[in-house]
Design a protein around this ligand. Structure first.
Ligand code: GTB
Length: 215
């Protein structure tokens, strides 16, 4: 059964692979599972047909036989549970990898997203500079802590796992912000992820969507 995912027909990231279908594509590529993509306009995201799959009117979603899923990390976990290669065999080690997936989405991602939203939506507010300093500090604190964890490791746990798929895609949102340049350990970690052949295939697939929309 070939699963179908959804992605932006015209991603605002202009092919940089920053939208959240990227983690799902990458996980599917890692395990060698072919997939189909249904591209959606912003208007289609908010239609009842899509909200039946994704109550918040967002991408990505995942359809596989009778199962439909939303939330990119939940989809990555499903892929990892259905195929060998993205989670350790031992149940304790699996639990630790899954904990890192939660950490990526609930501890590391929120300050990164809050900062990028502040830049996008609040730059003209009189308090913007002061708030940005505070948000920068929050991002830096998370990166410092993560950097200490990664100092003697290639991946979050013993071997590359679904946790790294989620964490690297979260950290890529910082590209162009200067934070990765300040954090050589994290920059190397992200680069290690981006060097994987499966990452490259996923990246090219989403970039082809952008290129076709521009043509
Ligand atoms: N927690 C959910 C998940 O992980 O699946 C969040 C899903 C989500 O935020 N989806 C976004 C969406 O559909 C796209 S990825 N937004 C439309 C809407 O809410 O109406 C977020 C995103 C968008 C653009 C960039 N960018 O341009 O760099 C990066 C990330």
């Amino acid at each position: 059964m070939i699963p179908t995912i959804t992605a932006f027909a015209q991603s605002p990231d202009r092919g940089r692979g920053l939208a959240r279908d990227m983690a799902v594509r990458w996980a599917l590529e890692e395990v060698g599972q072919p997939y189909e993509v249904r591209l959606l306009s912003f208007a289609a995201l908010k239609e009842p047909a899509h909200r039946a799959l994704q109550p918040f009117g967002q991408i990505p979603t995942y359809e596989e036989a009778a199962l439909t899923l939303f939330e990119s990390a939940a989809i990555v976990l499903r892929v990892a549970e259905q195929h060998p290669g993205l989670l350790p065999h031992s149940t304790d080690a699996r639990a630790q990898a899954i904990a890192w997936m939660f950490a990526a989405k609930s501890t590391v991602e929120p300050p990164i997203v809050e900062r990028s939203m502040a830049l996008l939506l609040e730059a003209d507010r009189p308090w913007h500079a002061e708030r940005l300093t505070m948000l920068d500090e929050r991002v830096r604190t998370r990166l410092d802590d993560l950097s200490r964890w990664l100092a003697y490791r290639d991946w979050l746990e013993e071997a590359f796992s679904a946790a790294d798929v989620v964490m690297v895609t979260v950290l890529r949102r910082l590209g162009g912000s200067g934070f990765l340049e300040e954090q050589p350990t994290i920059a190397s970690y992200v680069a290690r992820g981006e060097t994987r052949p499966a990452f490259k295939r996923a990246f090219e697939a989403q970039r082809a969507v952008f290129a076709a929309a521009e043509a």
